[in-house]
Design a protein around this ligand. Structure first.
Ligand SMILES: Cc1cc2nc3c(=O)[nH]c(=O)nc-3n(C[C@H](O)[C@H](O)[C@H](O)COP(=O)(O)OP(=O)(O)OC[C@H]3O[C@@H](n4cnc5c(N)ncnc54)[C@H](O)[C@@H]3O)c2cc1C
Length: 487
């Protein structure tokens, strides 16, 4: 088939390469050029598993090496990245430094890997996306950059199928006048962001923290504040990607808002006070987008062209890779039929709703850290259960992302959001925490929502073995499969 892929972010380039490896005739069209700055940097275990599967299925050995920190550094030292050992959350309060207060410290650390070697990475997208484009070209994808793609361009290319990988560029939405579905989204936040040099380590600014399952800063760090939250992703070469997600735009220029927030939250102020932005701080009003269709006869969108919710929980890369696996499978068998595309469309729609409810619940919970930490357990239960199943048992690319279609997990983000909207008193909050613990129990493979953990969750294989029944396997079968978790 002749396939045109519009947009050469990592996702468009990787899908183009997969299709070329299958023998399709692929043209990759980009309006800009590489290398170029992009955000959306923090990967997760589910993203890395998808990369490994794509590597294995299509012989893409670079993808295998990019799926773990140690392999990445050894094979591609020139591609900049940051070690990501887990998810770190802190709750800050206006006018007060972050308080270390024993088990009441508002800190949550959830490890995503047992050691640095097989850890996840933050991707410096300028380097990584450029790599994927070059790899696509090496696999015989025809690449045209600085191209304004129009309906006439596609006609001239005689493409049998078009993949929209233009992200928020919204290529297909304009071509086909696809209506927006933004009104169905609960999440609503603007973004103030840049890359910075000289961000201090949290442990230097806040001494006395009890040792966690990994060094706090080598993670996707989330600072929760009254106005929303801030992400901070540290790359190995000393640069940090950071941005505030703000529920309401404050008055002033991006610089003024930035300095106001740094003053209002003294610990964040100390972390970033001497840091230099490497490019002008930028503000984007509402960053969410969502369309009413993701696929139709002769075309399909990758997730970021179809919908984007929020960086909270780092869902974008993993979701994009899942969609690449699905489309890859459809193209293996002669190309997607309308029935396949309808299935793809319905699944992406359900997954976009799921991410939105999960994130909206987190925003709802942010006012109280106990609520937030409990709600976050729904995300961690869904991804850890999926990860272990994919690693140890079987994988099916059509199983839903974040518990979509799972009778135990599927309804939890919606139920949680509803409950959070009514959790006002301390008794309500205690009841919510209990409810989450019970609700995730049928899928809780890693001992989440444990009051005895005091917010610090390592990767603990003994707990996994104890919970073998949750996975539906015998203790012996699980023990014999354990090496797959350490590879
Ligand atoms: C603030 C923010 C933070 C994020 N953080 C994370 C995170 O920590 N972890 C995570 O997993 N995900 C994150 N994401 C999501 C992540 O950015 C996306 O999942 C990822 O970028 C998807 O890659 P892509 O290749 O599909 O699209 P993009 O990276 O958006 O690439 C689209 C490409 O298409 C090109 N293009 C656009 N329009 C056209 C056109 N008309 N013609 C030709 N080319 C066109 C663009 O120039 C670009 O090169 C974040 C997103 C945002 C907004």
């Amino acid at each position: 088939m002749r396939v045109a892929v519009v947009g050469s972010g990592f996702a468009g380039s990787l899908l183009a390469r997969v299709l070329a490896v299958q023998g399709h005739d692929v043209v990759l069209l980009e309006r800009g050029t590489h290398p170029r700055f992009a955000i959306g940097e923090s990967s997760t275990p589910l993203a890395n598993l998808a990369l490994e599967r794509l590597a294995q299925r299509y012989g893409l050995d670079d993808c295998y090496d990019l799926a773990a920190h140690g392999r990445w550094v050894a094979r591609f030292p020139e591609l900049r990245r940051g070690l990501k050992r887990g998810f770190t959350f802190y709750r800050h309060h206006a006018g007060r430094p972050f308080a270390v207060d024993g088990s009441r410290t508002e800190r949550l650390l959830v490890a995503a890997s047992p050691n640095d070697h097989i850890a996840d990475n933050h991707w410096l997208r300028a380097d990584v996306d450029h790599h994927f484009v070059r790899a696509a070209v090496a696999a015989s994808v025809e690449y045209r950059d600085r191209t304004q793609v129009t309906a006439d361009t596609l006609k001239a290319l005689r493409a049998d199928f078009v993949v929209d990988a233009s992200g928020p560029g919204g290529f297909m939405a304009r071509q086909l006048a696809i209506p927006s579905a933004l009104t169905r989204m609960h999440t609503n936040a603007g973004l103030l962001y840049s890359h910075f040099d000289g961000v201090r380590l949290f442990s230097d600014v806040v001494p006395g923290l009890s040792p966690g399952p990994y060094p706090d800063d080598w993670a996707a760090v989330h600072h929760i504040i009254d106005e929303g939250w801030m992400y901070s992703l540290r790359f190995d070469h000393g640069v940090t990607s950071a941005g505030f997600l703000l529920k309401k735009r404050a008055a002033g220029t991006p610089d003024e808002i930035w300095h106001h927030l740094l003053q209002r939250y003294p610990t964040i102020g100390r972390l970033f006070g001497d840091a230099k932005p490497l490019m002008r701080l930028a503000y984007k009003p509402r960053i969410q987008h969502r369309l009413t269709r993701a696929a139709g006869k002769g075309w399909a969108m990758l997730p970021h062209a179809y919908a984007f919710v929020d960086p909270l929980f780092s869902t974008g890369i993993a979701w994009s890779l899942r969609a690449i696996e699905r489309l890859g499978l459809l193209f293996e068998n002669g190309g997607p039929t309308e029935q396949h595309l309808a299935r793809y469309d319905a699944l992406l729609s359900a997954e976009a709703d799921q991410i939105d409810r999960l994130v909206a619940g987190a925003y709802q919970a942010m006012a109280r850290f106990d609520l937030f930490a409990a709600h976050a357990m729904i995300y961690f239960a869904a991804v850890s259960f999926a990860e272990i199943r994919q690693r140890l048992l079987q994988d099916n690319a059509w199983s839903g992302f974040l518990g979509v279609g799972d009778p135990e997990l599927g309804g939890l983000p919606r139920a949680s959001l509803r409950r959070l909207r009514h959790a006002r008193t301390p008794a309500d909050r205690r009841a919510f925490v209990k409810w989450v613990s019970k609700a995730i129990a049928p899928r809780n493979v890693c001992g989440l929502a444990d009051p005895g953990a005091h917010g610090l969750y390592p990767v603990d294989l003994d707990v996994l073995v104890q919970r073998h029944r949750v996975l539906g396997v015998s203790r012996e079968a699980l023990v014999s499969a354990l090496p797959a978790l350490r590879a």
